[in-house]
Design a protein around this ligand. Structure first.
Ligand code: ZN
Ligand code: ZN
Length: 109
């Protein structure tokens, strides 16, 4: 079990809808409820937490890990999408306290 100090409040965005996700508990893993941020769109299964990164939540409990996850170049934790501009450029942040890492990327073609 890895011990990670994460920020108490982070605001990850859904990577599909780019809307703010809300913290909740979903299903169980090894008998422990999984805390994750979840997209509010009706049929969106997108979720994020700082230990798994982005994943899809199927049937309320099954986690499907994503390949499009970005890991922090400094500490290796899954990063979250913090903001997305109209021109498609994205800001990703690391969720760990003390790690200032963030990266910019352009989604333009
Ligand atoms: Zn969504
Ligand atoms: Zn980091």
């Amino acid at each position: 079990m890895t011990l990670v100090t994460t920020r108490p409040v982070i605001k990850p965005l859904c990577t599909r809808h780019h809307s703010l996700m809300a913290l909740g508990e979903f299903g169980e893993q090894a008998g422990v409820p999984v805390q994750a941020y979840k997209c509010g769109e009706a049929d969106c299964t997108r979720a994020y937490n700082s230990s798994q990164g982005y994943f899809d939540l199927v049937d309320g409990s099954t986690m499907l890990l994503q390949m499009e996850q970005r890991d922090c170049p400094d500490c290796g934790l899954p990063m979250y999408l913090r903001s997305r501009q109209a021109d498609g450029s994205e800001t990703w942040r690391c969720a760990q306290i003390g790690c200032k890492s963030s990266s910019q990327s352009s989604a333009g073609s």
